[in-house]
Design a protein around this ligand. Structure first.
Ligand code: CAA
Length: 440
């Protein structure tokens, strides 16, 4: 076996859009810049009334199979990663397989189906499962489909409301992949945390400020753990750094931390002493608080250096462009970041075969995973095949009252009847419980 990785990706965005600067900020009596500059978000995607996690996932997987000319017999495994599941018994993958069987020859009776849950990191965990299944030789020549699908909704007036989003990412995991090969080495940072929970409730209970710090702490641990197995790395080893992106401002904080760790013990750290004008890494503190203050000052100074800014603009910024327009897709978010970054390289006509991605996945509760991916020969054709720009442009722009109605409707409030805003176009639609995923 030569290599295993992601062969193809398809994205399906919810068909409605909430403009944060034009529509949300005035209704909240906030400055638009809080969202566009502070959080780095311009808009959120929402599902139309006939869309849900099943239809969005099935529509993405359908396009993936059709484009790659696959039949159910080619697929040995369907895993869905979601934190918006509505069924405590049957995995969402069975619903999605049922949709796909309506349009493809044959069935998925031979395929192993499951559902992965660990907040937003579950999409990457499902890829890891598929990778291990193929590497173990249990796949009988078949590929795996991983679908990361979520409606990331918060309660009205929760601070997280501005970071909502909805969409699905379908990925084909196979031998000799066209898009990226996955590294064997992984780093983990995992701890029992309670900053973001959904115990028997639709909307999360979130301690937003703490969740930011937990993200950074677990990511830092994962980075250190990766370096234990992956060996020394250098910032210039990486062409892109797709990170879990609940909002781009979060990645701004995570990226400098990742950079700070990567540059430890490299020539860059010494070179930075001149740029920053002081000892680069604080050392020799007995007092924890003093040390933290010094580290924070150092990190702030590091962020302002030309060397860091150039790295950020080249490696991180391109991964954020789709997220700015769609918000948080939970399990799909880091996979959207990968697509964003690769799309920017393809649009710039860059030669990226053999270049590496430093992928940082994260899920509340909490776990971070760092791994590396290597861009493969077929990457440009895969990126060309995406229609995400058309999907984003054709979203219906909600006014605030419409947004409020849609939010209530997706709270499974049977009393709230909301007419659809867009028309389905040869796709799976949600048409009431028990009639899930009919194609219209
Ligand atoms: N102009 C420019 N910037 C402004 C501004 C203005 N007029 N007003 C505010 N800002 C800046 C703030 O300074 C702040 O930036 P910094 O963090 O860099 O200081 C930023 O805008 C946000 O402002 P606030 O901190 O005041 O915003 P908030 O408290 O209302 O909400 C949040 C922020 C707590 C993160 C909230 O969005 C939230 O709860 N989100 C959901 C939880 C989340 O996404 N956590 C991320 C880590 S957990 C995770 O990643 C898993 C997951 O997917 C949920």
């Amino acid at each position: 076996m030569t290599s295993v990785g992601i062969d193809a990706i398809e994205i399906h965005t919810g068909k409605l859009k909430l403009d944060l600067a034009e529509t949300f900020a005035p209704a909240m009596d906030d400055a638009p810049e809080k969202y566009t500059k502070g959080l780095g978000l311009h808009a959120s995607s929402f599902p139309d009334t006939y869309e849900d996690i099943v239809t969005m996932g099935a529509n993405a997987a359908h396009r993936l199979m059709e484009r790659k000319e696959l039949e159910p017999d080619d697929i040995g495994r369907i895993d869905v990663a979601t934190e918006s599941a509505f069924d405590h018994s049957k995995p969402v993958s069975t619903y999605i397989a049922g949709c796909l069987e309506q349009v493809f020859e044959g069935d998925f009776h031979h395929a192993n189906k499951g559902e992965r849950k660990f907040a937003c990191v579950a999409g990457t965990q499902s890829i890891d499962d598929a990778y291990n299944w193929i590497r173990a030789g249990r796949n009988r020549g078949r590929a795996a489909i991983v679908v990361a699908t979520d409606t990331a909704l918060y309660a009205r007036d929760d601070p997280g409301e501005s970071t909502q989003g909805a969409g699905a990412v379908a990925m084909l995991i196979d031998e000799d992949p066209d898009l990226v090969e996955l590294s064997k080495a992984q780093g983990f940072g995992s701890a029992d945390e309670t900053d973001f929970l959904k115990p028997q409730q639709q909307f999360p209970s979130v301690d937003g400020k703490r969740s930011v710090n937990v993200y950074l702490a677990r990511m830092r641990e994962a980075m250190i753990d990766y370096q234990r197995v992956g060996g020394d790395i250098h910032p210039d080893d990486f062409r892109l750094g797709p990170f879990h992106t609940p909002f781009p401002g979060m990645v701004r904080k995570a990226a400098v931390l990742a950079y700070r760790h990567i540059i430890r013990d490299t020539d860059i750290e010494d070179a930075l002493a001149d740029d920053i004008g002081r000892q680069p890494r604080p050392e020799g503190f007995d007092d924890e608080e003093q040390y933290r203050e010094a580290l924070s000052e150092y990190t702030d100074a590091l962020k302002e250096t030309d060397r860091y800014q150039e790295w950020y603009d080249r490696t991180i910024n391109p991964t954020l462009s789709i997220s700015r327009q769609v918000g948080n897709w939970y399990t799909g978010s880091v996979h959207v970041a990968r697509v964003s970054g690769l799309k920017a390289l393809a649009e710039a006509g860059e030669d990226a075969v053999g270049d590496q991605l430093l992928v940082g996945s994260y899920g509340s509760g909490a776990q971070a995973e760092i791994h590396v991916e290597t861009i493969q020969d077929g990457w440009e054709a895969e990126l060309d095949a995406l229609n995400i720009d058309e999907q984003l442009d054709s979203r219906y722009d909600l006014d605030f009252e419409e947004y409020e109605d849609v939010h209530d409707a997706h709270n499974y409030d049977e009393e709230t009847a909301v007419e659809e805003f867009t028309a389905p176009d040869s796709e799976f639609v949600f048409d009431g419980w028990g009639r899930m995923g009919e194609r219209q």
